[in-house]
Write a protein of this length. Structure first.
Length: 132
């Protein structure tokens, strides 16, 4: 087991994931002592959304830290706000859009830990569709 049991936010570089969100891996088996899960913070600017995607083996929890958005889970859509937590079952097509005027920040907990090769993109667009 790695002795790296703590991460420091200020030392973690952000990067863009396969679904288009900007994330910081707060805990991941590739860098920390955690073995079966990962925790990341994702940020979406106003008007952005992640690409519709699914994970074949990963169960995810999204916990909204700040902002508001619209979560798509298969055929279901939910308005989400700071304090909400959403469970995404393996194999469920999903995306999240920032519908507010401030950055949408959320924690993403994945079990097993996030892997790009477990992510199947179902579209490529990152921008929310125009209002009707």
């Amino acid at each position: 087991m790695s002795a790296n049991v703590r991460s420091r936010y200020a030392e973690i570089a952000a990067f863009t994931t396969k679904d288009g969100s900007e994330i910081r891996e707060l805990m991941h088996p590739s860098a920390h002592s955690v073995e079966r899960q990962s925790l990341a913070e994702a940020t979406l600017a106003p008007g952005e959304r992640t690409a519709l995607h699914r994970h074949h083996s990963t169960e995810e929890l999204y916990h909204i830290l700040a902002g508001s958005g619209r979560m798509t889970l298969a055929e279901r859509e939910l308005d989400v706000h700071a304090g909400d937590t959403i469970c995404i079952a393996p194999g469920t097509a999903h995306c999240i859009a920032n519908t507010g005027a401030e950055p949408l920040r959320l924690l993403c907990c994945c079990s097993p830990a996030y892997r790009d090769d477990d992510t199947e993109l179902l579209e490529v667009s990152r921008k929310s569709p125009p209002e009707a």
